[in-house]
Design a protein around this ligand. Structure first.
Ligand SMILES: [Zn+2]
Length: 182
């Protein structure tokens, strides 16, 4: 997942990362800064603490609502959903991606998907984390290295050029058919 998108579907549909996040995160920083300046044990510190907690809860709610919209849409409109088992630990080491992954709450996403899949009668598959979804060319099957900074897949073998996440999403969607055919 790129910084701007929360999810990319194999048909090219993108769920963007909500724009309001940035403003909310800025406010979060501001409120924490205010808190550190208040005298310990003072009522002003208590109030600042409450304001910060309230804002934290607000962000958590917004995040949950965004995920609910996505997971409901996915389960209502698809018979099989393949998601990638993101190596969150590895991604957290990449500074730019850390905030996004933390924001998106991949675990929450998967939990919501699983219970809604039961409700709507669809199937959720989690691709093995070693499945080379990003490294494989969705056109010819060639496999090449794809450092995280490369946002476009340019196939060294067939010349196919495609958005990195879309290419990966297509590979994942095919996985559903491969497994089913076995
Ligand atoms: Zn290719």
């Amino acid at each position: 997942m790129g910084v701007k998108e929360l999810a990319m579907l194999s048909n090219g549909v993108v769920f963007p990362n909500p724009k309001h996040y940035k403003a909310h995160l800025a406010k979060l920083k501001r409120l924490s800064r205010i808190l550190t300046r208040k005298v310990k044990g003072s009522s002003n510190r208590f109030k600042a603490k409450q304001r910060l907690a309230k804002h934290h809860a607000k962000i958590a709610n917004l995040r949950k609502n965004t995920l609910h919209q996505i997971t409901t849409y996915l389960c209502k409109n698809h018979a099989t959903i393949v998601v990638e088992d993101l190596n969150v630990g590895g991604m957290l080491k990449n500074h730019k991606l850390a905030q996004v992954i933390a924001d998106c709450g991949f675990h929450e996403f998967k939990c919501q998907l699983e219970y809604k899949a039961k409700k709507f009668g669809c199937e959720v598959m989690v691709a093995d984390r070693w499945f080379p979804s990003s490294k494989t060319c969705s056109n010819c099957g060639h496999i090449q290295d794809m450092p995280l900074k490369e946002r476009v897949y340019n196939c060294e073998s067939c010349g196919h050029s495609m958005d990195r996440d879309l290419n990966a999403a297509i590979n994942l969607s095919r996985l559903a058919f491969t497994v089913k055919a076995d």
